[in-house]
Each structure stands twice: as structure tokens, then as C-alpha cells.
Design a protein around this ligand. Sequence first.
Ligand code: HEC
Ligand code: HEC
Ligand code: HEC
Ligand code: HEC
Length: 460
Amino acid sequence: MLKKVFFILPIFAVIGYFSLLALSSTSMRPATTESLPDFTLVVSGQELGYLEPCGCAEGQIGGFPRRDSVLLQLTSGGKNLLRVANGNLISDAGRQSELKAEIGFTALKEMEYAAFNVGPRDLLLGIEQLNYFSNTSGIPFLSANLFQGEARVFQPFVLHSVHLKDSQKQVAIIGIISQQFEIYAENASADLILKAPENVLKELIPQLSSECEFIVLLVHAGIDEATALAKVFPQIDVIIVGDEQSEALREPVSVADTVLLNPGTKGKALGMLDIQWDKGEERTDSHFQLLTLSERTPDSPRMMDLLFMYQQMLAAENLSEEVEREIPSTGGMYAGNASCKTCHVSEYASWKKTKHSHAYHTLVEKGHENDPDCLTCHTVGFGFQTGFINEPQTPTLADVGCENCHGVGGNHAKNPQPGYGKVTKANCLTCHTSENSPNFDYDVYFPKILHEAMKAITTE
Ligand code: HEC
Ligand code: HEC
Ligand code: HEC
Ligand code: HEC
């Protein structure tokens, strides 16, 4: 009989522990081997292109640099880790995602991940690219139910030996994508199909459960579908569940003897399940923590180096110039702040005093001035024809400028007419999102950006 005891350490206690270890190496006392579990299953996934937090607001969580420090601290404390990634590393198609994938897989390799369950979003890279990453990253890419004709595209599972004090255990890690994501397979290639997970597992599980002491299933699916699988296959010990929308589970869900975990999206948290065998025979208890990667977790230098390299790749490929550009919905051409200044000297002067006028400089300070992910909100008209390209080519479209609030102004600048440029709250919210500006309060923020002339009128 398996006896499972779950409890969650208060998150602050866990983080306090790590920051303590990080801040003072002299205070670092490795736990005695008695108190350590046989091994710890470390689960993450659904980064969706978030390699690090953007830094727009204080208190943002997540990122590879913090994840790596936690893992390094755990291993130096003597923990035996088995790290598995539940895919969806990227979120979109395109060159920037390819570069993200290049950096992301290098990072997962450096962090010694044992398996990567290819996700529907990863399929946006295309099979050729994924095969390239599968071959070059050195991480086993899994997908038991993704087929091209009658052949699997990636291996269905990987076996991993976990070395215990005086024995070793075979662990099987299987990867699955729910058929609800069929459209991603179809779009990647006309001959790709997702077979029914249940049928595929019916073939794999009996064999694996006779060969292995521990079975982990990584599945791109919601909790309901994963629960149904747990009921059909009680031999599975742990199911890592999640899709691009599902929320992290603070506590595991138990379905008979199977444990379901979800570390959430955007790389914000890391799930850790301690596994223990009684006298090397029966699994006795498991202890789970969902560790939120807060600002108090230090950044690992090697991940910071990788992210720096990523920014250099964006610059080297001139990606801000290469992105696709839509035609502005209002038509016309962007004029630039300098053009508006010729007639609206006082508005220009008051805008200069707001933080908007150095939004591009903020990116320079952060080393993100070539990053399309940031330019959309920190410059004028990025992603639109005649909008920002880069500073040398479009210097008067750097920063959050006049036309971010008043709209494309080329026609107005040539032929000024009343009625142009009404500003609404909805306009602010395109950039001041809950993620990028969690403290945004229109009534508090609005007075800070009002032009001097308007302030004079409103206070009169
Ligand atoms: C969806 C729009 C959006 C995107 C995308 C975005 N930002 Fe921001 N950023 C903002 C807003 C809005 C603020 C102001 C937040 C506030 O003060 O409430 C901000 C503020 C910041 C600040 C703080 C500036 C200060 O004065 O303290 C930094 C740093 C920053 N962003 C960096 C980045 C980086 C780096 C990226 C890309 C990885 C990025 N931003 C992407 C909207 C965005
Ligand atoms: C050639 C001079 C000139 C340039 C360049 C110019 N404007 Fe104007 N703008 C005017 C005049 C004149 C008015 C007043 C029109 C009226 O009320 O008859 C005006 C009005 C406005 C208004 C108020 C509209 C209203 O009905 O209340 C806004 C907002 C505005 N301009 C923004 C801009 C922005 C942003 C730019 C740069 C893209 C810009 N202007 C460039 C001359 C100019
Ligand atoms: C194109 C994107 C964009 C739009 C539209 C936008 N903002 Fe911003 N806003 C930013 C960014 C980016 C920053 C951070 C600038 C920096 O410090 O680098 C910011 C900063 C601010 C700040 C300074 C916050 C602080 O910490 O003091 C205020 C206030 C503000 N915005 C108000 C507004 C209001 C009100 C609107 C709508 C009328 C608006 N913004 C529209 C992108 C935008
Ligand atoms: C963060 C948003 C924002 C930015 C950036 C901004 N404005 Fe405005 N502007 C407003 C708002 C809000 C009003 C008030 C009128 C309204 O509600 O439409 C206004 C009003 C105006 C007016 C007409 C009223 C007046 O003050 O006489 C002009 C002209 C104007 N802005 C020009 C500019 C110019 C030029 C720039 C760039 C140097 C600029 N604005 C940048 C938000 C913005």
C-alpha cells in the first residue's frame, strides 16, 4: 500500500531558505543524507516565450536565471534531481521564436533536463526546426501520440535510472499532446496526426510498468482529461498536466495512487515533488512544493550570459527591421515627435517631462533595445508601416510619443484640422496591461501625463 502525505511549506519560508543559502555561503549547511528524499522530480513547462520577466513592474516573478539558481542550490545541497519540461517553450511562429528556442533549449540542457514533451505551440516552429533542436540540444524530445503517417516523429518515452543510496530505480517518462490541439499538428504539416492518447498509452503502459518502478506522464491537456487518463492507467505515478491557459496547482491533485501536478505558465514557478522509497521497496510518501520564482531568488550568471547572447542575436539579425509590418488601421503615415513639436511647443515640453519620453532609453539601459517583444510598447508604431524601426533610422519615433496616444498623425501634421487625436482610457490600456502595469489606476496615472496647458485649464 502506498501512503502519501502532502503538505506545502509556506512559500516565504522556502524562498527565505534559498535566499539565505545564496546570500551567505558560510551559512550553507548541506542537509544530512538521512533527511533527503530518494529523488526530487522537478517540473516546469509552458514558458510560452517568457525566458525572463520583462521588468516593467516591480515584483514580477519567473525566469530562467532564477530557476537555474534554485536548481543549483538544490543539487549543491545534495538533492538527487530529475528535471522534466512540459513543452510549449515558445508561443508564436517566426524568427524571434526560433532564436528563443535556440537559447531556451541551450538553457534547458545546461540545467540538465532529462526530457522535453513537445507541445502544440512548439509545433509552430515546424517539424524540420524541431528535429534540428531535438538533435542538437541533447535533450530527449518526447511525443508518444504525434505521428507522421505510421511513424512517430519523436520518441514516445525515455528511460532514466535514478541512483539511490544502495540501489537504483528505473523511471519512465512519457510525452503526450491532447487531441484538442490537432489543429497545431495539421498546420505544422498536412500528414501529421495526433493519435488518441488512451490508445497509445494502452500499448506503452503495460510494458513500461513491468520494466520500471516509476512512471511519469507529461501531457498537454487540461486537468479533466488528465484525470480521466489517471483513472484508466493507475500504473502512472505522476502526471504533469497543463496547457497554455491552465493555472498552476498549489497542491497536487490525487486520483487514487496517481498524483497530478501543474507548475503553471510563463515559467513563473517550479514544481518539486520529493519521492521516497521505504527500504528501497515501496514508495512511502511524497512531499510537494510549488516554488514561485520571486525577486528574492538570485539570477544565475550563466543564464544571464545566455539571455545576453539572445539580445546580441536579435541585434545581429536586425530583427526589429525584419518584423512584419501592418498598415495602420487609421491609414496615413507616422509623423514623429519632432514634427508635432514644430506647432505644439508647449505640449512637447510637458511631454518631455513625463516618463513616456524616455521609454526607449529604458530599453537601452536594460539592453533590450533590439527586442521586438519590448519595442511594441516602448516606441511609436512598431510593427506598423512607417512606424519605429530602430534608433538610427527612426530617431523621432523612439519612446512613447505623441502618436501613441493621439494616433497616426501624418495627415494632421500636413493639414491640421480639429477633431484629430481624441485620447481615451482604452488607449492607455493597450500598453498598461495587468501584467506590464499592475498598479495602473487611470485616475492616478492620468494627471501625470496631462500637458501643462490642460492642467492650467483643469485647475482653473
Ligand atoms: C504591453 C506593453 C509592454 C511591453 C510589451 C513591454 N513593456 Fe515595459 N513597460 C510598459 C508599461 C506600461 C510600463 C510602465 C509601468 C508602470 O509604471 O505602471 C513599463 C515599464 C517598464 C520598465 C520600468 C521603467 C521605469 O521607469 O521604472 C522597464 C525596465 C521595462 N518596462 C522594460 C521592458 C522590457 C525589457 C520589455 C521587453 C522584454 C518590455 N518592457 C515590454 C509596457 C510594456
Ligand atoms: C503645422 C502645424 C501642426 C503640426 C505639425 C501638428 N499640429 Fe496638431 N494642431 C495644429 C493646429 C493648428 C491645431 C488646431 C486645429 C483647430 O482647432 O482648428 C491642432 C490641433 C491638435 C490637437 C487637438 C485637436 C482637437 O480637435 O482638439 C491635437 C491632439 C494635436 N493637434 C496633436 C498633434 C500631433 C500629435 C502632431 C504630430 C503628429 C501634431 N498635432 C502636429 C497644428 C499642427
Ligand atoms: C504605447 C504604449 C503606452 C501607452 C499608449 C500609454 N503608456 Fe504610459 N507608459 C508606457 C511605458 C512603456 C511607460 C514606462 C516608461 C519608462 O519609464 O520607461 C509608461 C509610463 C507611464 C507613467 C509613469 C508611471 C510612473 O511610474 O510614474 C504614467 C503616469 C503613464 N504611463 C500614464 C499613461 C496614461 C494615463 C496613458 C493613456 C492616456 C498612457 N500612459 C498610455 C507605455 C504607454
Ligand atoms: C500619454 C498620452 C499622451 C501623449 C504621449 C501625448 N498626449 Fe497630447 N494629449 C493627451 C491627452 C489625454 C490630452 C487631453 C485631450 C483629450 O482628452 O483628448 C491631450 C491633448 C493634446 C492637445 C490638445 C489640447 C492642448 O493641450 O492644447 C495637443 C495639441 C496635444 N495633446 C499634443 C501632443 C503632442 C505634440 C504630444 C507629443 C509631444 C502629445 N500630445 C503627447 C495625451 C497624450
